[in-house]
Design a protein around this ligand. Structure first.
Ligand SMILES: Nc1nc2c(ncn2[C@@H]2O[C@H](COP(=O)(O)OP(=O)(O)OP(=O)(O)O)[C@@H](O)[C@H]2O)c(=O)[nH]1
Ligand SMILES: [Mg+2]
Length: 408
């Protein structure tokens, strides 16, 4: 309920009362029980509420029945989140995605209520690119959905080309993921000096930002910030934001940023795992980064460290333990490399250059007609160097590679 209140605040609303009901299963007609409907009706009247917000999703008919009972607007969790997204989408792609998500959510809820909808005033749940569309009929909404889909497809194609280019050059991509408000954008600006939007509200970031980062070992990687995850983020929303979250799927390494000072930290971690699972990214290499340690006591920190022995504990705000984090990133990337010795003839200049740009060169020796390179090469591109692996090193390299595959 605290989170719901924060969502309402983020959307620009003020909470005047909270009601909780414990119930085995929802009432099919009104979601909550009869007594609660009466209670809220009176409360909404005395408090002069404009809107009643539910923390779960309502069916179209439940929403309609409740609006009739309360005589005011009823907004469910998804509508509220979409409204925040609508206010915060800045890029063309973000706007298209939000509109598509809103229309998809609205369409089944439009049955027989075109007139009612057009009478509704502004406010939470009606903003955004979808606003003017509320009055058009379903057929036009469908046409609009089709057009949005094809526009998004084009944007996604451009993105894919960029991504393929990145893959070809095999630059390591790291993605920041985590619950909304955990401090992902703060960490990105700390690491790369990027000027990104940071705010103590939910969903400050909607569009992903990618920046180059030079690690202490001189290796260049790409690091991207993504939209924050949230509890009960509906499937269709995840689908709508798929291309933004595609960054996560394509990443070589995930940094999971956790707000260690949040009372619901463990639930938030679970919610993130759930979304990662939906993105089929739960098996990816991942570092758990516990942020905001400046906000917890030293006892709490000790306790946290004993529970999460593999975590890195930082404060993105104060720049505490950043060196350790960078080392962990380096180690994790290096574990994807296989050490080998290559003998590459000078006429294979392209490969020599790639060993330098994509691998980590340890030792270099110039011979008459070739160059001898001792290097760590990412195991996924080792095949390209196959013909030039030094004979004495061949067996050892194959063994190391096998070892990698076993470890996944
Ligand atoms: N005390 C403290 N506050 C922090 C720290 N890191 C971030 N914050 C604050 O937490 C709030 C959220 O930070 P953001 O970087 O916007 O979080 P985010 O994860 O990008 O959030 P979304 O984009 O909304 O998903 C801001 O008010 C930051 O100033 C930290 O280490 N310590
Ligand atoms: Mg952010």
């Amino acid at each position: 309920m605290d989170e719901l209140e924060q969502l309402v605040l983020t959307a620009g609303g003020i909470v005047v009362a909270r009601v909780i009901q414990l119930k085995d299963k929802p009432d099919p007609r009104t979601y909550i029980g009869k007594g609660k409907v009466e209670e809220i009706k009176i409360l909404a009247g005395t408090k002069n509420a404009d809107i009643v917000v539910f923390d779960d999703d309502l069916s179209a008919s439940q929403q309609r029945h409740l609006e009739d009972e309360f005589n005011c607007r009823v907004v469910d969790r998804t509508t509220l989140i979409l409204d925040i997204f609508a206010q915060r989408a800045h890029s063309n792609e973000g706007k298209l995605q939000v509109e598509l998500a809103q229309l998809n959510y609205l369409l089944p809820r439009l049955v027989g209520r075109g007139v009612e909808l057009s009478r509704l005033g502004g406010g939470i749940g009606t903003r955004g690119p979808g606003e003017t569309k509320l009055e058009v009929d379903r057929r036009r909404i469908r046409t609009r959905i089709g057009s949005l889909r094809s526009q998004l497809k084009k944007v996604a194609q451009t993105r894919n080309i960029q991504r393929k280019h990145r893959k070809k050059t095999s630059v390591t991509c790291v993605s920041l993921v985590g619950y909304t408000n955990a401090g992902k954008s703060t960490l990105l600006s700390l690491l790369t000096g990027a000027d990104v939007f940071v705010e103590d509200k939910l969903f400050a970031t909607l569009d992903s930002t990618t920046r180059r980062l030079a690690l202490p070992n001189q290796q260049n990687i790409l690091i991207s910030d993504t939209v924050g995850f949230i509890h009960k983020l509906p499937h269709h929303l995840v689908a709508a934001f798929k291309s933004t979250l595609e960054e996560v799927r394509e990443a070589d390494l995930l940094l999971h940023i956790i707000d260690s000072s949040h009372p619901a930290m463990k639930d938030q971690i679970k919610a993130v795992y759930k979304v990662l699972d939906e993105l089929e990214s739960l098996e990816k290499p991942r570092i758990e980064v516990f942020n905001k340690i400046d906000k917890i006591t030293s006892d709490e920190l000790t306790n946290l460290k004993s529970q999460f022995t593999n975590g890195v504990f930082i404060s993105a705000k104060d720049g505490v333990n950043v060196k350790e984090l960078l080392e962990r990133i380096e180690n994790s990337i290096e574990s994807r490399h296989v050490e080998t010795t290559l003998l590459i003839p000078y006429n294979e200049g392209g490969l020599i250059a790639r060993a330098h740009s994509e691998g980590i060169v340890l030792k270099l020796e110039y011979l008459d007609d070739k160059v001898k390179i001792k290097a760590k090469i990412p195991f996924n591109i080792l095949g390209d160097f196959e013909n030039y692996i030094m004979t004495e090193d061949r067996k050892q390299t194959t063994d190391r590679l096998k070892n990698h595959k076993v470890r996944g």
